[in-house]
Design a protein around this ligand. Structure first.
Ligand SMILES: Cc1cc2nc3c(=O)[nH]c(=O)nc-3n(C[C@@H](O)[C@H](O)[C@H](O)COP(=O)(O)OP(=O)(O)OC[C@H]3O[C@@H](n4cnc5c(N)ncnc54)[C@H](O)[C@@H]3O)c2cc1C
Length: 295
């Protein structure tokens, strides 16, 4: 199928893009990598009067280190984050999560801002952003504002962007050096959206007790979920398989997905517990490897 008719604009600055967004509001949509939007247009699930193509806005394509924060422009391609050694060193979880997004062709076009704005509940980048306590930077006619990732996602494919705003960057806190990160996902086929996925970043003391635990889960509710119940159960506890399994079991109670064409709610509950357990276990192993390597 072909998309419905729309007016096409290709601004070359954030200000120009914001002016267009302010002028056309709900009647306009931003075109970033097009990996979700083009299918939606072709299937007539989206019908904007105006398409604002941000691919010529060079200011959105920067990755900058600002003290303890890695700021990634909305227009940065997912494949750039996947392969950049500076990103892997600063925020290892990103390099671990992004290879699960579709196929390499999708990641070469798909952008960081597009994935965040699209707000799919099973998507990897929103889950990583919530786990890492990232901040989403928005720009509208009133200027720039920052929103915590966990407040940005409001519901299924719904975010808190005002009609005159666009996502301009995501700010990821740099991960402390002595931490371990992991991303685990279960999908029917490689490249499919996750039935359930989990991100974990942990730190241990000399006795291998958890000193910090951040766990996020995707695919089990309308938005990515921060597994606070699991985190709270593990802090101060020894990083044993028994403790991790007991804590992970609690995530099953927070699954709100009902049966759908991809999985039953019961199967998702089972998967949620499994991916959380595996992600924390792998993050513990990575933390131990980091310690052994002395970095
Ligand atoms: C075969 C296939 C498999 C895929 N598998 C996965 C997967 O496993 N996991 C996953 O997460 N994704 C997956 N995707 C989607 C992923 O590839 C997209 O990159 C992502 O969902 C959207 O990013 P984009 O840059 O392509 O945005 P676009 O498709 O251009 O835009 C998506 C939405 O976000 C809005 N938007 C884009 N940029 C901004 C901005 N800066 N400010 C405000 N609004 C904006 C658009 O208006 C649109 O509503 C898959 C896609 C395909 C085709």
């Amino acid at each position: 199928m072909k998309p419905p008719k729309f007016m096409y604009c290709d601004p070359d600055s954030v200000e120009e893009a914001v002016a267009l967004k302010s002028r056309y509001g709900h009647d306009s949509l931003v075109l970033a990598g097009g990996q979700s939007l083009m299918p939606m247009l072709n299937m007539r699930l989206a019908n904007p009067d105006v398409l604002i193509d941000i691919n010529r806005v060079a200011a959105l394509q920067q990755i900058t280190r600002d003290g303890d924060v890695l700021e990634v422009g909305a227009g940065v391609r997912q494949s750039v984050l996947e392969s950049d050694p500076a990103v892997a060193a600063a925020v290892p979880l990103l390099g671990l999560a992004i290879p699960f997004i579709g196929h390499i062709e999708n990641r070469h076009r798909g952008t960081v801002g597009g994935s965040i704005a699209h707000a799919d509940a099973a998507a990897e980048l929103p889950c990583a952003a919530v786990t890492l306590d990232a901040t989403v930077v928005l720009h509208g006619t009133a200027g720039r504002r920052e929103v915590a990732a966990r407040d940005f996602f409001e519901g299924f494919m719904t975010n808190c962007c005002a009609p005159d705003e666009l996502v301009v960057a995501v700010r990821f806190p740099v991960t402390p050096a002595a931490s371990g990160s992991a991303f685990v996902e279960h999908a029917r086929r490689q490249g499919d959206f996750a039935l359930a996925a989990s991100a974990a970043v942990v730190a241990l003391d000399a006795e291998r007790r958890f000193t910090s635990v951040a766990v996020g889960v995707a695919g089990i509710a309308a938005t990515p979920v921060r597994a606070t119940v699991v985190q709270d159960a593990l802090i101060g506890q020894a990083a044993t398989a028994e403790n991790i399994a007991a804590a992970a079991a609690a995530i099953g109670d927070t699954v709100s997905s009902a049966d759908d064409m991809h999985a039953t709610g019961a199967y998702r509950r089972h998967l949620a517990v499994t991916v959380v357990k595996r992600a924390i276990t792998a993050a513990v192993e990575n933390a131990a490897a980091v310690e052994r390597n002395g970095s």
